[in-house]
Write a new protein. Structure first.
Lengths: 205, 242
């Protein structure tokens, strides 16, 4: 009896309701129409150990299905580019170029960012051993992805706010197991415009 | 991200070690040589343990292949390094010395002993520069006591224990610890064909060990708490030999 109850509890925690599926399908389908997105973004990172906040900002470019760039203006030294299997990150003077086909953590990060932009959340949750839940506000369809297992590294929870009308991603909060949290806010979105290819060009180190 | 490399990580003790290190927050690099399906299963268990893993296929007994694979990993992980290496890969080719073929002698030594050199040497420089590292070598009761029918295996594991002690003295000042673990009979396919019912009568704890029990010791030796232990070979054999 206990085993059956345990199975039912596990099954319940892994099964999405019809309502969840409707919202997830809507987000995926509407986002399938966006081949390119350009928007301004702000990034607020809360560091748990020091209880401090960092405020960053810039322009985000996305091109389906494997290109994303965050050109920071604040600070202008920072840059993040995903272009196929190339993942470039500049933080101050530190610059790194990763090949995501050979680097699992960077693949995971790249895969998470791209799929959140595209609204491919069911597959993403499966790949990350996470559970999905949905809720609704007047402005947003909200999806929460929670890791099934407590870990030392990585994200414990990702919350995504999609515009209730056009289903474009408006906010994304990534909570780390270590207690740090990052909130991205995307505004002034232009969809399906032409994005210059140099926006996704990976600089030479 | 913290990285740990486990050689022979696709099955048995190696797999249990991968899962243990995953629970400690390591991104686990799983080395294997041929069984991709089992290696993929280990990756899945690492993910279920809440971490992330990578496969790194190469034959530890092949110096050039090991160097190339590790250099390729380092190229793909700029700014990162492998801070824990568990030299676990090993095979048995038992026979009495009188009938032991040369290839069985060299193959067993090639994987356990040469493998330790081939994998550890390319990783050592960064550990020394970073002033932190954990090298854990999977030896065996056979390397301490010597077991009949295992002259090759005993030689490989005995050599590994001696090299553990030597390397520990070379690198201790740089914050790198080097230890060995000598398991007795553990329930893996390495003990397939042995008479468990008969053998366990000779073990004071009256049972074979579990891979997870070996992994727990590896986890401790890999932790910061074990920072004052180096050059040791720790037996974990249910009291069979002390």
């Amino acid at each position: 009896m206990m085993k059956i109850l345990l199975f039912l509890c596990l099954f319940a925690s892994m099964t999405l309701s019809a309502q969840d599926n409707v919202m997830l399908d809507k987000i995926k389908k509407k986002n399938a129409a966006y081949n390119a997105i350009e928007c301004a973004f702000t990034q607020e990172k809360t560091i748990a150990a020091t209880n401090t906040k960092q405020h960053l900002a810039g322009t985000l470019y996305f091109e389906r299905a494997d290109k994303m760039a965050m050109h920071y203006t604040q600070p202008a030294t920072d840059l993040l580019i995903i272009n196929g299997t190339k993942f470039y990150m500049a933080r101050g003077t530190r610059k790194n170029l990763f090949d995501t086909s050979k680097n699992a953590p960077m693949f995971s990060l790249s895969n998470t960012l791209l799929n959140c932009m595209m609204g491919n959340l069911t597959d993403l949750a499966k790949q990350n051993n996470a559970d999905l839940a949905t809720s609704k506000t007047t402005k947003y369809d909200v999806v929460t992805m929670t890791a099934r297992k407590k870990a030392v590294r990585g994200y414990s929870k990702i919350m995504l706010w999609y515009d209730v009308k056009d289903s474009s991603l408006c906010m994304m909060q990534m909570d780390e197991f270590a207690g740090n949290s990052t909130l991205y806010t995307m505004v002034n979105k232009k969809t399906n415009g032409k994005i210059a290819s140099d926006r996704f060009a990976v600089p030479k180190k | 991200m913290k990285y740990a490399l486990v050689t022979g990580g696709s099955r048995g003790i190696g797999r249990a070690v991968c899962v243990k290190l995953a629970t400690m927050g390591y991104c686990v690099v799983v080395n294997y040589v041929s069984n991709e399906a089992e290696a993929q299963k280990t990756l899945q268990l690492i993910a279920e343990a809440g971490s992330i893993g990578e496969l790194l296929k190469f034959d530890v007994s092949d110096t050039a292949a090991a160097t190339a694979a590790i250099e390729s990993w380092q190229e793909a992980h700029q700014g990162e390094y492998i801070e824990v290496v568990v030299n676990n890969a090993g095979i048995r080719k038992d026979n009495l010395m009188l009938w032991m073929e040369p290839e069985d002698w060299y193959k067993v030594l090639g994987i356990s002993l040469n493998g330790f050199y081939n994998v550890t040497r390319p990783l050592l420089k960064t550990m020394l520069l970073k002033k932190y590292g954990r090298i854990i070598n999977m030896a065996s009761l056979s390397g301490l006591k010597g077991l009949p029918g295992q002259c090759n295996y005993s030689a490989a594991k005995g050599g590994l224990i001696a090299s553990t002690k030597a390397l520990a003295q070379e690198v201790g000042r740089k914050g790198v610890t080097v230890n060995a673990i000598a398991p007795g009979f553990v329930k893996t396919d390495m003990v397939d064909g042995l008479d468990e019912a008969e053998l366990k009568k000779t073990i004071p704890l009256n049972r074979f060990g579990e891979p997870e029990e070996i992994a727990a010791l590896v986890g401790f030796l890999a932790s910061k708490e074990a920072g004052y232990i180096t050059g040791e070979c720790i037996s974990i054999n249910g009291g069979l030999y002390s």
